[in-house]
Write a protein of this length. Structure first.
Lengths: 114, 110
């Protein structure tokens, strides 16, 4: 049962273009995350937001910018993509209340930069 | 440095057998999650533990925060158990930032 939705599933683009990925969760969670999974399947956190506030901002290139309109949505924009941005981008959500901070993941967006 | 060391990196099991996966942590962790990533790339929640042991069907997981490790036991492996298993640990930073292990690629053979 999917509760974290991501669009698009796949995106192919050229170096230098801008891309945007969307994420929405219907779990009522207050914290959302973006992760990058590379070709070796390593998962690294990029950003996390709590109630629309940025709380984790790892060392990522400045061309990456997260955007949150409300606590159910967290989008990711990449200005001027580079070949090394090819990866799967995974969105997740969790709740900071109730004592359990279990994360739930969306299906991912696979980005290919030509 | 890496805070989560996951082992083994790859594992082959015959159907009906079992094994254990392990994650060691270099700092104190608040909680751990275990996931299975299937062939479609979806991360499936297996366990969330703040302490102790949980069991679900053929899977059992333990988290020992004092000794800084967690294990995932698989018994009676089935073909559909194939995939990549990840542990993710939540450090005591207050930012709820999970750090993932590098994964264990499990192949179950008939």
């Amino acid at each position: 049962e999917t509760a974290v939705f991501q669009t698009p599933n796949y995106h192919v683009t050229q170096v230098g273009n801008e891309v945007s990925f969307n994420c929405k969760q219907t779990l009522g969670h207050d914290t959302m995350y973006w992760y990058k999974q590379d070709s070796k399947k390593l998962l690294k956190i990029m950003f996390s937001y709590n109630n629309k506030q940025l709380i984790v901002n790892e060392t990522v290139p400045r061309r990456f910018s997260p955007q949150s309109s409300d606590k159910a949505h967290l989008n990711l924009r990449i200005k001027s993509v580079e070949p090394e941005d090819s990866a799967v981008y995974l969105c997740a959500s969790s709740s900071r209340t109730g004592g359990s901070y279990e994360q739930y993941f969306g299906p991912g967006t696979r980005l290919t930069v030509l | 440095g890496d805070q989560v060391e996951q082992s083994p990196s790859a594992l082959s099991l015959h159907e009906g057998t079992g094994s254990a996966l392990r994650c060691n942590f270099t700092t104190t962790m608040r909680a751990v999650q275990w996931f299975q990533q299937n062939s479609r790339g979806s991360l499936i929640n297996l366990f969330y533990l703040a302490s102790g042991t949980k069991e679900n069907g053929r899977l059992k997981s333990t988290f020992n925060s004092k000794e800084s490790y967690s294990t995932l036991h698989i018994r009676d492996a089935q073909l559909e158990d194939s995939g990549t298993y990840f542990c993710a640990a939540d450090g005591n930073t207050g930012n709820y930032k999970y750090v993932f292990g590098a994964g264990t690629r499990l192949k179950v053979i008939a």
